[in-house]
Design a protein around this ligand. Structure first.
Ligand code: HEM
Length: 80
């Protein structure tokens, strides 16, 4: 959901695109609001990546990687 907003606000801030399509900046308010939207979306995306990296670490990097490659996930049970 954040990606369309960050792309649109980024394109709206580009001076050349702003000159060609002034309505793009118009729908976001003005340059400063586009900048705020861009920055808030960038922070949210960075937090999303950090949280997901932490979740991968917490759930076990090697077990996750092994299950992605082989299909086998070690749930820690033994047969005897
Ligand atoms: C098509 C995609 C993108 C375009 C066209 C774009 C374009 C721009 C432009 C033109 C600026 C300068 C704004 C200014 O003059 O103050 C800017 C700033 C910035 N962009 Fe992007 N951007 C894109 C994607 C991203 C992404 C994916 C991130 C990070 C997740 C990002 C993070 C930032 C940040 C942190 C700034 C500085 C913000 C500020 O000075 O207030 N951008 N971008």
């Amino acid at each position: 959901m954040l990606c369309p907003f960050i792309v649109l606000s980024g394109l709206a801030m580009s001076p050349q695109l702003d000159a060609a399509w002034p309505w793009l900046l118009g729908i976001l308010g003005e340059r400063q609001s586009a900048r705020t939207i861009h920055f808030v979306c960038a922070c949210a995306l960075a937090s999303f990546v950090m949280v997901h990296l932490l979740m991968v670490l917490a759930s076990g990097v090697w077990n996750n990687l092994r299950s992605m490659i082989t299909g086998w996930y070690d749930i820690g049970e033994t047969n005897g």
